[in-house]
Unconditional design. Sequence first.
Length: 215
Amino acid sequence: MISRNIAYKLWISNINNSNYVKSLGEFESSYIEFKNKKVTRVNLIAVAINKYETDNYSSIMIDDSSSQISVKSWNEDKKIADKISIGDVILLIGKIRQNSQSSGFYIQPEIMKKVDEKWLLARKYELENEYGEQETNIVKNEMKNEKMMIEEINVSNKSLRNKILNLIDKLDNDQGISKEELLKHTNSPLVFESVEELLKEGEIFEVNGRYKLLK
């Protein structure tokens, strides 16, 4: 039976104020360091204050009065967030991830469901009993710009994404293609963003730091 890492109950500010440690091993999870714990998964209760979605992507900004964080899902995983609306109080269990561009954090959801608003107060008492008074953290709300950013990336990177796929198909000698090789042949600083998108969408996969087409 496969055991899962504990989903710790935290304030969002606990996440945003922590250090992120990237895993070195293939089967190790990245984590934040919080009170001598290695936290990879969290259990949050918060309010959905903004939402943006496309056919294969969803981003929900949540707030628990200590801080805010985005909950992001792609493709099949998007259905987890489909029933959540702005103003809903939600119970969220998910993995902590780090944005490649801003180095900020977001949550990749595993479970997300509406709960009664009384659970906000119950969780507040629970966390204050566990950790003392909540720490606050004000983060820049990027939701208002996210739609514009995503649309811009989708338009400007379409040809770059196709070029990356064609390069991998043409140059792969069964060992895959490295990011450095892709950067050399595309000469574009956006190549790393496009590779990350293609990985999330399942167009390519990574083996030992090299990329191959999923055929």
